[in-house]
Write a protein that binds this ligand. Structure first.
Ligand SMILES: NC(=O)c1ccc[n+]([C@@H]2O[C@H](COP(=O)([O-])OP(=O)(O)OC[C@H]3O[C@@H](n4cnc5c(N)ncnc54)[C@H](O)[C@@H]3O)[C@@H](O)[C@H]2O)c1
Ligand SMILES: [Zn+2]
Length: 363
């Protein structure tokens, strides 16, 4: 067995490691014992993940002498709300957890965001450990400390920053993940390469087939590389005041597509189309050469993500963008690539360029 890959994250609020290793869920007890003296631990998970992945984690914690209190909530974004938080608080407080009792999030980004918020607020803050089980949660949601839930008036409107004491990633759990979810996670991986790493982009072009074939050793490397990219961006800008905006590449267009489609396009699919639109806009403005544009489009297509054929009228998508929370002083801000591995922020795009980029997605 290869030793775990470890990606350190250093923030002014503290240091923690992201551990990545195939089979790590069965060694969770040993890792967690090195992080806490608590003999009790809360686990929050959902009803899709629990039957597939809870038992090995509990067993390994039990073998390390750690008793677990489990809260299982219904799966899905529609349950990412304060009602579900209430269920989690009830379960954990009912089991008399203490200030020093860590809480593990075992699940996708929905479970990670909710559990992080619970950990930030329960008894004014308990230690938080992430065990992300979707590719998106591994490479994106589990890094950065953003936690929270949705409100009927909008997504992620209630929340807090709360950093974990560790993130434990076992790529083997991706074997049970629906393929559409895997492709959605790849959209964020492609995003990371485009904004930060030309060599990583080259490698992904050659090896994306291994990710789709669920080669767990390859996935371990891919996840480690991606969390490192996100961690470096977050370290440089922990409270989203500057360069962290680069992570929104594809998301200004993408959020509008997601919402106008009423979530028919998943987040990953919307971001894929959004990255295509932003890439075409950059090319249209002569910021990005044709060959880089073509490579970006090809890689997104190879991931099985949409690169055209959008079944939405561009006009409402265009209007929806102006309601995006990232609008600053009435101007839309776009993250555009000027070469593979590098992006710039622009708030002076002609409306015609934006509209044409959207219209091109319909073809
Ligand atoms: N905090 C952040 O920085 C951040 C960043 C990006 C996204 N997010 C949030 O993440 C959420 C999306 O996360 P997601 O895409 O992981 O969705 P998700 O948590 O809803 O998981 C998707 C589905 O897959 C199931 N699932 C999870 N792991 C599985 C596995 N290994 N096998 C089988 N099924 C499995 C889940 O039960 C769920 O039904 C959104 O709420 C978004 O706001 C947060
Ligand atoms: Zn995203």
């Amino acid at each position: 067995m290869k030793p775990p890959l470890k990606v350190p994250v250093n923030l002014s609020s503290g240091h923690y490691d992201i551990w990545i290793q195939p089979g790590l869920r069965e060694r969770a007890g040993a890792v967690v014992s090195g992080l806490t003296h608590s003999k009790k631990l809360g686990i929050v998970t959902d009803d899709q993940v629990a039957p597939r992945h809870l038992e090995p984690v509990r067993k390994s914690l039990a073998a390390a002498g750690i008793e677990t209190v489990v809260a299982i909530v219904p799966a899905g974004e529609q349950h990412k709300n304060i009602e579900t938080l209430g269920q989690i608080y009830d379960a954990l407080l009912g089991a008399k957890i203490e200030r020093s009792t860590p809480v593990i999030a075992l699940g996708g980004g929905v479970i990670g965001d909710m559990t992080g918020f619970v950990a930030a607020t329960l008894l004014r803050g308990v230690p938080f450990i992430q065990m992300p089980t979707t590719l998106l949660a591994m490479v994106d949601a589990s890094v950065g400390g953003k936690t929270g839930v949705n409100h009927p008036t909008g997504k992620n409107l209630i929340g807090a920053f709360h950093q974990p004491i560790a993130v434990l990633i076992d790529p083997e759990v991706l074997r049970t993940l629906p393929e559409r979810e895997l492709r959605g996670g790849l959209a964020e991986c492609i995003k990371h390469e485009i904004i930060r790493d030309a060599e990583g982009f080259d490698r992904l072009e050659k090896e994306i087939g291994k990710a789709l074939a669920l080669d767990v050793d390859y996935l371990a490397d891919l996840v480690a590389h991606n969390v490192a990219i996100k961690a470096r961006v977050v370290e440089a800008d922990p409270f989203e005041e500057g360069e962290r905006a680069h992570l929104n590449f594809g998301h200004t267009f993408g959020h509008a597509i997601e919402s106008v489609s009423r979530y028919e396009y998943s987040h990953g699919e919307s971001v894929a189309l959004g990255m295509i639109a932003a890439t075409r806009a950059a090319n249209d403005l002569k910021m990005l050469d044709n060959s880089s544009r073509d490579r970006i489009e090809k890689l997104i297509g190879q991931a099985g993500l949409p690169i055209g054929g959008m079944k939405l009228d561009p006009q409402p998508v265009f209007s929806a963008m102006y309601f995006d929370k990232k609008v600053k002083a009435g101007k839309l801000r776009f993250v555009l690539p000027d070469r593979i591995g590098h992006v710039v922020i622009r708030d002076d795009l002609p409306e015609r360029t934006i509209f044409e980029a959207l219209r091109s997605l319909v073809a």
